[in-house]
Design a protein around this ligand. Structure first.
Ligand SMILES: NC(=O)c1ccc[n+]([C@@H]2O[C@H](COP(=O)([O-])OP(=O)(O)OC[C@H]3O[C@@H](n4cnc5c(N)ncnc54)[C@H](O)[C@@H]3O)[C@@H](O)[C@H]2O)c1
Length: 342
C-alpha cells in the first residue's frame, strides 16, 4: 500500500483534532501545522501526529510542505465573532495565507488541496428554497467574505497539476478533543445541561444546516482518496438535506434529549441575519457521501460528555473561541495581530 502523507493545517482545533485521529486510523501519515491557540488542553484524549509544527500559517515556507502528498487546510480564524475583531487580520490569515500556502503547494507539485470553506458563504437568504453550489453567494461577515475570496482565488490556481477542492461545511457539532461550545448544537446542549432549559438567542427563524464532526472527517477523507477527475476543481456543500433546520427546530430537537425541558426564545440577536437552507445532493451523487449522524445523536453525545466532566460552566475560555483569544491577549501571550509574543 502506498503511504499517503497529509498535511493538516489547524490540526489542533475542533475539527482538526478529530480529523487527525480519523486519518491516522485510516493509515495516513499526518503532519500537523497549527499556531496552537488551543494547544494546552484536551476535552477528551487527543491523538498525536508524527510531526507537529507550531507555526503561524502566515509564515509558512516551502520547506514545511516538502514530501507531502496532499493538504487539508483548516487553519483559520474560524468564526464570525472572532473574524469581526480585526477584519484585516481575518483576511490576512484566512485569505492571503491560504493562497500563499496553495501557491507553495502548486510549486512543489502537491496536487490535492482541500479547503475547509463554510455554508455561511450563502449569507442571508430569506426564501426557504435550497441553495446549491451554483447559487449566488451573499457573505455578510468578514469571516464569510474571507472564505469567498479564498474560494475564488483557489479556483484561479486550478490546472492539470493542481486540484483545489472546496468543501462548504454545514455548522458542525459533536465532541472533539478541542471542544467548541460556540457552535449552535453544542451551545444549546450546554445550556440544557447546565440550566435545564435552552436559550435561543435569535428569534429562531433562520435556517441552519448541521453536520457531525465525524461526518465532516469522512467528507475530507473521501476527497483525499477519490479519483482526481471526480473532485478536480469542484465545490461541494457538505451536509444532508434533511439536517437543515430552523434554529427553533434545532432547539426543540435538543430539548427532547432531557425530559420536561423548555426552550426560551431571548430574541437578543435580531441583527443576525444569516440564514441558509442548503442542498447537499452533489456530494451525495459524486462522492456517495451520506452523513451517519443527526442533530439528536450529537446532542446526546455532547450531553453525556458534559455529565461525565460535570462541567458547570461552558461559555468560557477555551470553549468559546473569542474568549480564548481575548484571554491570551489579556495575558500578553498574543498581540493584536494574533501573533505569539516571544
Ligand atoms: N466548526 C464549524 O462549524 C465549521 C463550519 C464550516 C467551516 N469551518 C471551517 O473549518 C476549519 C476548522 O474549523 P474549527 O471549527 O476546527 O476551528 P478551530 O478554531 O477550532 O480550529 C482552527 C485552528 O487553526 C488554528 N489557527 C488559527 N489561526 C492560525 C494561524 N494564523 N496559523 C496557524 N494556525 C492557526 C487555531 O489555533 C485552531 O487550532 C476553519 O477553516 C473553519 O472556518 C468550521
Amino acid at each position: 500500500m502506498i503511504e499517503i502523507k497529509v498535511l493538516v493545517t489547524g490540526n489542533l482545533g475542533y475539527i482538526g483534532s478529530v480529523l487527525t485521529n480519523y486519518l491516522i486510523k485510516k493509515d495516513f501519515e499526518v503532519i500537523g501545522l497549527d499556531n496552537g491557540f488551543f494547544k494546552d488542553y484536551a476535552y477528551v484524549p487527543r491523538t498525536k501526529v508524527s510531526k507537529q509544527m507550531i507555526k503561524d500559517i502566515r509564515t509558512v515556507e516551502i520547506d514545511d510542505i516538502k514530501g507531502i502528498n496532499g493538504i487539508v487546510h483548516l487553519a483559520a480564524i474560524s468564526n464570525d465573532p472572532l473574524g469581526e475583531l480585526n477584519p484585516q487580520i481575518t483576511y490576512d490569515v484566512n485569505h492571503k495565507a491560504s493562497i500563499k500556502l496553495a501557491k507553495l503547494a502548486k510549486d512543489v507539485g502537491i496536487e490535492r488541496f482541500i479547503f475547509s470553506s463554510s455554508c455561511s458563504v450563502y449569507g442571508s437568504y430569506q426564501g426557504g428554497d435550497f441553495l446549491s453550489e451554483k447559487s449566488e453567494l451573499g457573505p455578510i461577515t468578514a469571516y464569510a467574505k474571507s472564505k469567498v475570496m479564498t474560494e475564488k482565488d483557489l479556483s484561479k490556481l486550478a490546472d492539470k497539476s493542481f486540484c483545489p477542492v472546496i468543501l462548504r461545511n454545514a455548522t458542525v457539532y459533536g465532541v472533539s478533543p478541542r471542544m467548541r461550545y460556540d457552535l449552535v448544537v453544542n451551545n444549546m446542549t450546554g445550556h440544557l445541561y447546565t440550566k435545564g432549559y435552552i436559550e435561543m438567542k435569535s428569534n429562531g427563524m433562520p435556517w441552519r444546516p448541521n453536520i457531525h464532526v465525524l461526518d465532516v472527517c469522512t467528507a475530507f477523507y473521501k476527497c483525499l482518496i477519490a479519483p482526481i477527475d471526480e473532485i478536480h476543481h469542484q465545490i461541494f456543500n457538505v451536509g444532508m438535506n434533511s439536517e437543515n433546520y430552523r434554529v427553533k427546530e434545532i432547539a426543540d430537537i435538543i430539548a427532547s434529549v432531557k425530559k420536561d425541558s423548555e426552550v426560551k426564545c431571548l430574541n437578543l440577536n435580531p441583527k443576525d441575519a444569516r440564514s441558509y437552507r442548503v442542498d447537499f445532493t452533489k456530494i451525495n451523487d459524486i462522492l456517495k457521501f451520506q452523513p451517519k449522524y443527526k442533530v439528536k445523536d450529537g446532542a446526546k453525545e455532547v450531553y453525556q460528555s458534559l455529565e461525565q466532566k460535570k462541567l458547570s460552566e461552558f461559555e468560557i475560555a477555551p470553549y468559546i473561541t473569542l474568549k480564548q483569544i481575548k484571554k491570551l491577549m489579556n495575558e500578553n501571550k498574543i498581540n493584536e495581530n494574533l501573533e505569539w509574543i516571544n
